[in-house]
Design a protein around this ligand. Structure first.
Ligand code: SIN
Ligand code: FE
Length: 289
């Protein structure tokens, strides 16, 4: 299998000069891996490296676009410090993306920043929600009409434990394998889901097919075992970036991760033809949104 991870040896969140090799790799669905880009916690913040940092009723802590912290435990002071820590990661992630992908800058839409203090490997869940199975990201309740999902991750583990991912085959191969098995899009069903508020807007055929790929991959144990893939242990003190709606990925183990999601209109890519929307449109031969 072609190399799916591009290692980039910089230690500065704001490198100068966009590099066309990095851009093409990212837009081809590869993971950009920055082994020397560490997100530093100060001494006081290190006390948040425990699952007790979160409200026991939730799994993740998140900082919404308006700067409000959700899902955190502790008093007002602790919560303000946690918001500052997560907010600092948000700013560093944006600085990095703006520096290496300047064409995106004006068009990125910020999603909440999340801090995940829970251990991956002990989580029990349904096959559909199990991110230990390789998948492309697709969300049942929030149709996105092809808008891109760009994500910046960092591993904060204080015990030296990596966050172990599997990275699978390129999107076009995933689509070629699972499109023939996809259930057809039925417009009245999409309308019913919208009417019942199962979806926040009308699910497009694109959104339907992305969910079919997500479910097709996760439900196929033979595919999970035998598809082309590499196992990648991301060590603490590293950052990695990918389009998670395109990169086939799974998380196998790890604890203490921060993540920033940014949404991008397909038209603002350097090469819109490399997007999942363009690939699926080409393979089906019809407009999907
Ligand atoms: C995912 O997007 O599948 C989860 C990634 C992670 O938790 O590392
Ligand atoms: Fe995912």
């Amino acid at each position: 299998m072609e190399q799916q991870i591009l290692e980039i040896d910089i230690s500065n969140w704001q490198p100068t000069g966009a590099n066309t090799e990095w851009i093409a790799a990212l837009e081809a669905g590869k993971v950009l891996y920055f082994p020397r880009l560490a997100f530093a916690l100060n001494t006081a913040e290190q006390r948040f490296l425990t699952p007790d940092a979160r409200d026991p009723k939730t799994r993740n802590i998140s900082l919404d676009a308006a700067g409000k912290l959700k899902g955190a435990a502790g008093d007002a002071t602790a919560q303000a410090e946690m918001a500052a820590m997560v907010g600092r990661f948000r700013e560093q992630a944006r600085t990095l993306i703006n520096a290496i992908l300047p064409r995106y800058s004006a068009s990125l839409r910020l999603a909440p920043t999340s801090y995940r203090p829970m251990q991956v490997e002990t989580r029990a869940q349904s096959w559909r929600a199990d991110d230990r199975r390789m998948h492309v990201d697709a969300f049942p309740s929030r149709p996105n009409y092809g808008e891109r999902i760009l994500r910046v991750f960092t591993n904060l583990n204080p015990e030296g434990l990596p966050r172990v991912w599997r990275v699978g085959e390129p999107f076009e191969q995933v689509a070629q394998r699972f499109l023939p098995r996809a259930k057809p899009y039925i417009r009245w069903q999409a309308k019913a889901l919208n009417f019942l508020h199962v979806t926040k807007s009308l699910r497009s055929e694109y959104d339907h097919l992305m969910l079919q790929l997500h479910d097709g991959m996760k439900s196929d144990l033979d595919y999970q075992r035998n598809a082309g893939q590499v196992t990648m242990p991301f060590p603490p003190g590293s950052v990695w970036v990918c389009f998670s709606d395109q990169t086939s990925h799974a998380v196998m183990s790890g604890q203490f991760m921060m993540e920033q999601t940014l949404h991008l209109p397909v038209a603002r890519q350097y090469d819109p033809d490399a997007s999942p929307l363009a690939i699926l449109t080409r393979l089906t031969g019809r407009a999907l949104v």
